[in-house]
Ligand binder design. Structure first.
Ligand code: UDP
Ligand code: MG
Length: 310
């Protein structure tokens, strides 16, 4: 058994206004739970604001606060990975830095773990606070991922969860680049349980998931859990081939048995553009997988640490 009971890992990207408030809330929850052997690991994902200074301020006050400072921004999922790699607790809790994942949930997560669950994941309840766009995009995201991949993602699950040490060790065996934790964790097995929570509003600052980051995230999510999109081109190709065959039969019939001839510059251009568009999309899909192979084969590090007190 490790000495540390709980590790809390917090990916942090430009969250200077949230670091101290989150810390004090966590400390009060942990003291209610009578947990003293814990560590709080801030993974500073190349913040460009004063986040690192705020974290270092905490480190000088409290030796249980740890930090990993990346050399640049490597993204949320890689920050999580670094946290999991370095955390030493018997249970590891990951949560966002912006207080949207309520620290008041900590007792519920920990109690389920003490009952013997090895994964306690959370599901976000829809609230009015979330913007229409966020709700819509997250709905679409889960629908699409579930349709396209073999493992089922529950709607509203995010990277707010507790993992037992045995699960963390299992996760560390997944060496692939661009890990997509939301897809991997449900597929691991182990004793899992989900709990619902009402998200708070972001305490300070703005969301770091811009539209383009979300689209990328969705594409990584889909392509890292399944190869189904690759089959699309075959289905679509067969479908279009059948259509054009039927059309050819019709055209021959018209020219042989009637006086008319089929005209149609417009329909010709339209169909050429249609097929061209589809081909480009399919090429893009193949390209994503190829790009993944490319980045896997380079086997580059997922993150680079500039500074840490671990
Ligand atoms: N984050 C990160 N690296 C990034 C983007 C975000 O570590 O490149 C962190 C961010 O600081 C926050 C969490 O990931 O703790 C979730 O980001 P955010 O709150 O911006 O996303 P949202 O809640 O709007 O989906
Ligand atoms: Mg957030």
């Amino acid at each position: 058994m490790n000495k540390l009971e709980i590790s809390i890992i917090i990916p942090t990207y430009c969250e200077e206004g949230n670091i101290l408030p989150l810390y004090s809330k966590l400390i009060s929850e942990l003291s209610h739970l009578k947990i003293s052997a814990f560590e709080i690991i801030y993974v500073n994902d190349g913040s460009t604001d004063g986040s690192l200074d705020k974290i270092k301020e905490l480190v000088t006050q409290d030796s249980r606060v740890k930090y990993i400072h990346f050399s640049r921004n490597f993204g949320h999922q890689n920050a999580l990975r670094a946290g999991l790699d370095y955390a030493t607790g018997n249970a590891v809790i990951s949560m966002d830095a912006d207080l949207q994942h309520p620290p008041e949930m900590l007792p519920i997560l920990v109690n389920h773990w003490r009952e013997g669950y090895q994964v306690v994941y959370t599901k976000r309840k829809d609230t009015k606070d979330l913007t229409f766009f966020k709700k819509l995009s997250s709905k679409l995201f889960y629908k699409l991922v579930n349709y396209l991949s073999e493992t089922k993602l529950e709607e509203g699950t995010a990277d707010f969860r507790l993992l037992d040490r045995s699960v963390v060790e299992a996760l560390k065996k997944f060496k692939e680049n661009n890990l997509f934790y939301r897809g991997i964790v449900p597929s691991l097995g182990f004793k899992q349980i989900g709990v619902e929570y009402t998200p708070h509003e972001r305490f300070s600052g703005e969301t770091k998931y811009t539209f383009s980051k979300m689209v990328r995230f969705a594409l990584t999510g889909i392509t890292s859990s399944s190869a189904k999109p690759l089959y699309f081109s075959i289905y679509l190709g067969v479908f279009l081939a059948i259509l054009s065959f039927l059309y050819a039969v019709y055209a021959i019939y018209i020219s042989v048995f009637t006086e008319k001839a089929i005209t149609g510059w417009t329909s010709l251009i339209a169909s050429i553009l249609f097929i061209g568009g589809i081909q480009l999309v399919m090429l893009g899909i193949v390209g994503i997988y190829l790009g993944k192979l490319f980045s896997e084969s380079k086997n580059r590090p997922n993150y680079l640490i500039e500074e840490t007190n671990l």
